[in-house]
Write a protein that binds this ligand. Structure first.
Ligand SMILES: [Zn+2]
Ligand SMILES: [Zn+2]
Length: 259
């Protein structure tokens, strides 16, 4: 998401991702993490001096450091020259501002997958005039400020939530994600009869998404719900048809596939 200077996972690293200053790894699986150091080295090659902030769940922080160092050693970097990139361990349910964007805050939560995994919500931060001062003139507001009256309040607006890889039940366990403008969630399996397999593999079946939407109904505030991470066995046409077929009509404008 270049406009938010934020990237969810780094399983691939297209050149277009290199300017992005914040990367969050949801978990350690290769399709989500393997190009993290490619991102780091492409930036160095292109002369970007600023280090990206690489956020990782605290449970994989030590493993990530060991992996990054081992990869550098494997490539022949000497011990003396080796330097870690900026890796930041993240714990669940603690909201913090992004390193280079003081208007954006991230809060993560744990989801169920076959390995430790975190989803997150990015919030747009701003200060708003408190309700009791609405309607005051600028002169009155200036006067109040002079008297050290706090006339504003903090507002955190949920912009984007993402789940990483997860079981479908993680959606309802973290239902505040449906208050974000955009929700990005995995939908690995689609076909009838694959529900059990999805569960065994720690992934979401589209029936889980339909279930969550029906359960929450009026509580769904998202403008868009973006489904991704479809199993490679499905053709694009099949994915689009299946979504059109099973997503309840009420939500059909909101739910889109990222292919
Ligand atoms: Zn995974
Ligand atoms: Zn995956």
């Amino acid at each position: 998401m270049p406009e938010l200077d934020f990237c969810i996972d780094m399983g691939e690293c297209p050149l277009s991702a290199t300017p992005i200053n914040h990367v969050f790894l949801t978990h350690a699986h290769g399709d989500h993490a393997r190009c993290l150091m490619r991102h780091h080295s492409l930036r160095k090659m292109m002369g970007v001096e600023r280090d990206s902030a690489y956020y990782v769940p605290e449970s994989i922080y030590e493993g990530a450091k060991a992996w990054i160092k081992a990869e550098a050693m494997f490539e022949g970097v000497s011990e003396a020259k080796f330097r870690y990139p900026q890796i930041v361990p993240v714990s669940a349910h603690k909201r913090f501002f992004l390193e280079y964007r003081k208007d954006l805050a991230l809060e993560t939560f744990e989801v169920k997958h076959s390995v430790p995994t975190m989803g997150g919500t990015l919030y747009f931060y701003k200060r708003k005039l408190k309700d009791e001062f609405l309607g005051k003139t600028p002169a009155e507001l200036i006067e109040l400020r002079k008297q050290n009256v706090e006339i504003t309040r903090e507002v955190y607006e949920p912009l984007v939530s993402f789940t990483g890889d997860c079981l479908g039940e993680s959606l309802l366990q973290n239902k505040e994600i449906f208050k974000s403008k955009v929700l990005i969630t995995e939908c690995t399996f689609l076909d009838d009869g694959e529900e059990q397999m999805a569960h065994q593999k720690g992934h979401t079946h589209i029936a889980d998404i339909v279930h969550a939407l029906n359960e929450l109904d009026g509580e769904v505030e998202c403008d868009k719900i973006i489904l991704n991470h479809f199993s490679m066995k499905y053709a694009e046409k099949h994915i689009r048809e299946k979504i059109a077929q099973v997503i309840p009509e009420k939500f059909s404008e909101k739910v889109v596939a990222l292919l």
